[in-house]
Design a protein around this ligand. Structure first.
Ligand code: NAD
Ligand code: MG
Length: 391
């Protein structure tokens, strides 16, 4: 049998590196055909060499010359610039596109892959949040499939196999609660970047780590679940589970609840997306419940984590609101990571944009991108104002 040919968009990131570890262990049935990165050319070149990747793309074209020097002796086709992601995503030589880039920047590529009917292993949740209706429709129309890599959505996808979609009464997304799980709204007023980056369970890229601290990540995941599983928002709940062993649950109409459990390691959902519908021996550490002892659950604190209630509201409203929610968050997280705004200004930026935005209900890709661009500008403008207030 021919090996499954894989493109990893964002191979130098946290998910990308884990995916390569999984593929190493899966053996010759899986072949890396294309790898991409934004700026880490040293690691990208090393990966291209090791996996004999036929295509390599660098989305930030400023690094193209340096990269071409690093891979000069390899038999590899080099692409550069943001559009190279789209070219890679639709290559005829690729069966599975694993999207592991960060942010809505991945949207054009994932749409291109969907139009080609590729198998889409999606870690990059932001495009699903921004353009969930368009993306899921395009996948359906072109005979493709989305296999979720986000751990909660992989858990739901697995649990859903215990019944039909009509038999599902609700989806319960779990969250570790992040570093500020026990904090009050007053406590988070002056948290530092270092405190926000210290996630208690997961080791991830900086953007999603901040999203987990504000719980915006869970808000994005509510919207992601709404589109992925075609579930009304009323049937989606969030439950805090600090041990991060139960990755999510599905309740069926008869009252039975099916959950997926495992040690908190992204290798599990990455592997399942790559081998689906099969299961094979993997590299993830086995769960020993006797070592864990106790699993606890609590309701999320909606006063501290306003992003969560907003996420539900945005999922209900639809149209351009999710694009604004996501873009405002992306821009604000960038400002926070750069030390230009405070932690609490992230949620304030999102609220400001949602309040000021005149939402459109029926939307085209152009309108979504327009809303996205507007929100980013708005946040940058506010960040400058914050700075001048502080100065
Ligand atoms: P990361 O920051 O570690 O890596 C991001 C990757 O994308 C890198 O390879 C980088 O070169 C590339 N990239 C950055 N900006 C880009 C741009 N503008 N255009 C093209 N490529 C760009 O991020 P991560 O933690 O691996 O997360 C990747 C995605 O997966 C995110 O959408 C995140 O929400 C989702 N996710 C991550 C985890 C996790 O454990 N890290 C879990 C669930 C979901
Ligand atoms: Mg997740």
């Amino acid at each position: 049998m021919r090996p499954k040919r894989i493109a990893i968009l964002g191979s130098t990131g946290s998910i990308g590196k884990n995916a390569l570890r999984v593929i190493d262990a899966l053996g010759p049935e899986y072949e890396i055909v294309a790898l991409t990165a934004h700026s880490n050319i040293e690691l990208l070149a090393e990966q291209a060499r090791r996996y004999k990747s036929r295509f390599v793309a660098i989305t930030n074209a400023d690094y193209a010359t340096r990269l071409s020097e690093l891979v000069g002796d390899l038999d590899v086709e080099l692409l550069a610039g943001p559009d190279s992601l789209v070219e890679i995503a639709q290559l005829e030589e690729v069966d599975i596109v694993l999207t592991a880039v960060v942010g809505a920047a991945g949207l054009p590529a994932v749409l291109a892959a969907a139009r080609k009917g590729k198998i889409l292993a999606i870690a990059n949740k932001e495009p699903l949040v921004v353009a969930g209706e368009l993306l899921t429709r395009t996948v359906k129309e072109n005979g493709g499939i989305i296999l979720p890599v986000d751990s909660e959505h992989s858990a739901i996808f697995q649990a859903m196999q215990a019944g039909s979609r009509e038999e599902v009464s609700k989806i319960i997304l779990t969250t570790s609660g992040g570093p500020f799980r026990k904090a009050t709204a007053a406590d988070i007023q002056n948290v530092t970047l270092e405190e926000a980056l210290a996630h208690p369970v997961w080791d991830m890229g900086p953007k999603i780590t901040i999203d987990s601290a504000t719980m915006t990540n869970k808000a994005l995941e509510v919207i992601e679940a709404h589109w992925l599983f075609d579930m009304p928002v009323e049937k989606i709940e969030v439950l805090v589970h600090p041990e991060s062993i139960v990755h999510s649950l599905v309740e069926f109409v008869d009252g039975s609840v099916i959950a997926q459990l495992g040690t908190p390691d992204m290798c599990f959902p990455i592997q399942y997306a790559l081998t689906y519908p099969r299961r094979v021996t993997g590299i993830g550490k086995r769960l020993r419940l006797e070592e864990i002892g106790k699993l606890t659950f609590e309701k999320p604190n909606l006063e501290t984590f306003r992003a969560l209630s907003l996420g539900f509201e945005v999922a209900r409203m639809g149209g351009t609101t999710a694009a604004v929610f996501n873009a405002a968050n992306e821009a604000a997280v960038q400002e926070f990571l750069a030390g230009r705004i405070k932690f609490v200004n992230i949620i304030e930026s999102i609220e400001h944009c949602l309040n000021k935005h005149s939402a459109k209900t029926s939307v085209s890709l152009e309108e979504l991108l327009e809303a996205d661009a507007w929100a980013r500008k708005e946040v940058e403008k506010r960040a400058k104002e914050h700075k001048s207030i502080r100065a």
